[in-house]
Design a protein around this ligand. Sequence first.
Ligand code: M6R
Length: 616
Amino acid sequence: MCGIVGYIGKQKATPFIIEGLKRLEYRGYDSAGVAVHQDGSIRVAKKTGRVANLDKETARHNFTGTCGIGHTRWATHGGVTDANAHPHVSSDGKIALVHNGVIENYVSIKKFLTGKGYTFASETDSEVICNLIAYHYDKEPETADSSRLLESVRKTLSHVEGTYGMVVTSEGNSEELVTARKGSPLILGIGKDENIVASDVSAIVARTQNVVYLNDNEIAHITPDNFSITTVDQSSITPVIDTVDWSIENAEMGDHAHFMIKEIFEQPEALENAMRGRFSEDGSTAQFGGLNISANEFRGVERFMFCSCGTGLHACMVTEHLIEMFAHVPVECDYASEFRYRNTPLFRNTLFFVMSQSGETIDTLAALREAKRKGYKVLAVNNVVGSTIAREADGGIYQHAGHEVGVASTKAFTSQLLIGAMLALYIGRMRDLSYGAGVDFVNALKGTPELVRTGLKQASHIQAIAKRFAHYEDMLFLGRMSLFPIALEGALKLKEISYIHAEGYPSAEMKHGPIALISEKCPSVFLAPKGELFNKTVSSMQEIKARKGPVIAVITEGTVLPEGLADEIITIPDCHEAVLPIVASIPMQLLSYYIAVERGCDVDKPRNLAKSVTVE
Ligand code: M6R
């Protein structure tokens, strides 16, 4: 969840690290810090709050060193204080460390180290490993080559239980950094006369697009002009240098007020990218390059299982609906966090899918591993090339939605919906979906970016509605069939960024309990597209109106509602069933965004949240 940047080279380290931390702030933003080699010692600056506070603090110090490490924190062990912020320095002053992850056996290690005279300034598990490295460093013979720090880290890791992405530096040695990974991503950026290590490529692409993704249990030794990788148990690794296919502009906000609104407006392009090259020549079905499973094997699947978390799970639920509707194959969805412990029986011919924007969510990764352990093939729908989930899955589909910075997922969500629809088409066409229906389906998908552009034109209308509804403290989101998950998503989006209590339900469930909440203080957002359930949804609206509940209705263009039933109406373009969830998502995103802005909330960095959840 936290962000890490380490730099070693010929330039000043601090400005680069601060810039990188700003780009990583979306991963955690409780506090931030840097440790830089300066005049033979390690100098540290740490501040609670945003990286901007740290920026001011480091400006006072004028650090000029060319080797340093930095961190932006999302608190796990210990409150949000300067002392708990990273980097941590060992009590003998010899080692500085930044760490992401959770050390499970830190209590016993701390006890051991206390007995050896080490002291602790923070409540964190990270400071404990910092001191353990110092302990081993102290015992390690001083060598002319640079193996002393490396071997101290290696010895430390052999005693550590838990997860880590860490970067370590030692006093008096500004010519090396050591970094290690287990369960928390780390990437090396290979530059000219400089090398970088970061938890996310967005902190690297300003300098280089050449990267090496570290794997679990690997340790890298980095100098300004070289690097080497070994495993914790000393096997050597031949690194593969990848090229990142996006540049710094993708990580900048441009003229937009927030990343979230930028990313909402990037959706037409993200959808186009998700479809590019993925339709058959006859235009009747989808095709995917990286499934690593033959069409024949796919045809033999009797059940699909989809696991994800948060917004990703809502995309899975829509996919479930579409696969069952168009391909008539049973699908089950589960929270990855539940599946990993549930020990659910799976049928033999089950194909397992995970969906994860970041590809680093620990619960989703654990579900993937659990399914693989049981002998199932696992495919991943994922937006981040080279992510852990992408690498551990047997195959999958990259979303190509572009870098998503806003903590509240938008373009990555609709691109997952689109890929879910393409899967439904692909599976359907292997079964009973006719050529003609396939062609219609493909044409509908191809038209989605334009429909989304049309939906985005409602932004100022929705902004006006948001002004009127921003003061409410409770809201319900109601939808049916494929739009029930969109109601859940609308509620999630609103609570994430505006802190309004919101819940999603199938509209017809209202009368089974939630209707007790209805009053003039609790508005309901109805997703009411035209179709066979439209009149039933109108009846549900009437039940709300009869109890003085304000109603915002999202209806298909050209549909008419009974006079006075809705307080506000948002229209969406008429579209194919497979595309409807995408089209209906746009007003949900805009409404929550404008309400949050109206309430003065920090849209891109909502309280208590972080972009990728790499702790359990
Ligand atoms: O990166 P992932 O898709 O695996 O993330 C899963 C959830 O943590 C994520 O969707 C979360 O719910 C977002 N904040 C939604 O806006």
